[in-house]
Design a protein around this ligand. Structure first.
Ligand code: SF4
Length: 104
């Protein structure tokens, strides 16, 4: 019973908060709301741009890991590499001195 009363109070507070927000928005001039909308839209576009740029950078780094093309790579998760199992398939393997290109 007490939980129900608490839930009703919480819902009442949320509703009052929403009413207050709507009243504030109605009093705000249109040019301010338009500016806010443009700012949010530009922020979203900027976020998409930054995320895409970071994703491309990250994938470029990951594509430089040579292990999948190496003769010592076993393709077995228990022992990924017979020479350097600790760095195989990690960024540390970029520029690995023991890399030998698989021919088959
Ligand atoms: S020898 Fe080097 S490049 Fe080859 S699989 Fe092992 S860590 Fe990767």
């Amino acid at each position: 019973m007490q939980d129900r009363v608490m839930q009703d109070r919480v819902m009442q507070n949320i509703t009052q908060g929403l009413v207050w927000v709507v009243q504030c928005l109605r009093m705000t001039p249109n040019w301010v709301l338009a500016g806010l909308a443009w700012a949010i839209a530009l922020l979203a576009l900027w976020n998409i741009f930054v995320t895409s740029r970071d994703t491309v950078k990250r994938s470029q780094v990951l594509h430089r890991i040579p292990c999948a093309r190496c003769v010592f790579f076993t393709n077995d998760y228990r022992l990924k590499c017979t020479v350097h199992p600790d760095i195989a398939l990690t960024e540390e393997a970029i520029g690995c001195q023991d890399f030998e290109k698989r021919t088959v």
